[in-house]
Design a protein around this ligand. Structure first.
Ligand SMILES: CC(C)=CCC/C(C)=C/CC/C(C)=C/CC/C(C)=C/COP(=O)(O)OP(=O)(O)O
Ligand SMILES: O=P(O)(O)OC[C@@H](O)CO
Ligand SMILES: [Mg+2]
Length: 253
């Protein structure tokens, strides 16, 4: 075992844990992999005081993934966090890896299979590894992640199962719980669910999927969500970063 090669730093984890209402912009290397496109996003994200870039997608090739991550590294100091759709989405140019286990599903491939396949590569990386309970909540339409992973999300009105999954994931040693309504969801994860989770469980929470307005961001922040992830909305309307800048300037003042 060469676990000594793993980075022991907790810099990104401590930042995730440090406050609520942080913003991550999701870059999907399948959609965004040119210097020109990335330059525009980076410039606007910096102006908006975005806290992280998450990098990943359900269907990304290793080469697109590594190209995008390396371009981003050359363009910005904003922390780069890998949000991997599979075991190929790894790069030493990032700062941290969300080490996802898809706990809402019962597909062993996404509970342990991908992890075994990538174990040798992961221990050689100079990345902060953040064990993450990844929980899909029904967002009103079938998500690409549910399709690719061949799993069923938790029904959005079944708070108890969502809460118990988060508790079990934490007891298993995960340091972060990520609730995802799926990319492009009709309805994002309900802030009331996060409120109930936070009442029983002291954990870092990330929420994403279908977040399209500052009101939704504020509702999630008010119940203690540490990080809110925005993907599609910014892909469709880059000027949403101006609204985020406005939100951030209020939060930071
Ligand atoms: C341990 C390692 C290296 C990998 C873990 C791999 C696991 C378990 C992944 C969880 C399941 C999964 C497929 C997650 C994908 C998350 C993700 C990057 C979603 C981004 O959105 P897309 O699903 O690409 O949406 P669109 O393409 O529709 O925008
Ligand atoms: O693209 P959106 O809908 O913002 O979703 C972001 C992310 O949480 C999906 O996995
Ligand atoms: Mg995608």
């Amino acid at each position: 075992m060469h676990l000594q090669f793993m980075k022991l730093s907790k810099e990104i984890f401590n930042k995730l844990n440090s406050k609520t209402g942080q913003i991550a912009v999701l870059i999907d290397p399948e959609e965004t992999n040119s210097v020109e496109k990335l330059q525009i996003i980076v410039e606007k994200a910096k102006f908006a005081s975005v806290d992280y870039f998450f990098i990943g997608g359900s269907t990304v090739t290793r080469s697109d993934f590594q190209k995008t991550t390396s371009i981003l590294k050359s363009l910005t100091d904003i922390p780069l966090v890998i949000f991997p759709g599979d075991h190929q989405q790894l790069s030493n140019d990032a700062d941290a890896l969300l080490y996802l286990s898809l706990l809402s599903g019962r597909n062993p491939e996404y509970l342990i299979g991908q992890h075994v396949k990538s174990a040798q590569e992961v221990i050689q990386l100079d990345l902060e590894i953040i064990p993450t309970a990844y929980i899909l909540i029904d967002g009103g339409k079938q998500s690409t992640v549910a399709y690719v992973s061949q799993t069923t999300p938790i029904p959005r009105d079944n708070t108890q199962i969502a809460l118990n999954t988060a508790i079990a994931g934490t007891l298993q040693g995960n340091k972060v719980v990520y609730f995802d309504a799926g990319s492009g969801a009709n309805q994002p994860v309900d802030a009331q669910l996060i409120k109930q989770v936070k009442a029983q469980l002291e954990t870092v929470t990330i929420v994403g999927g279908g977040v399209r307005s500052i009101e939704q961001i504020e509702a999630l922040k008010s119940v203690g969500t540490n990080v809110i992830v925005i993907g599609n909305k910014i892909e469709e309307d880059i000027d949403f970063l101006l609204d985020i800048q406005n939100y951030k300037s209020k939060v930071l003042s």
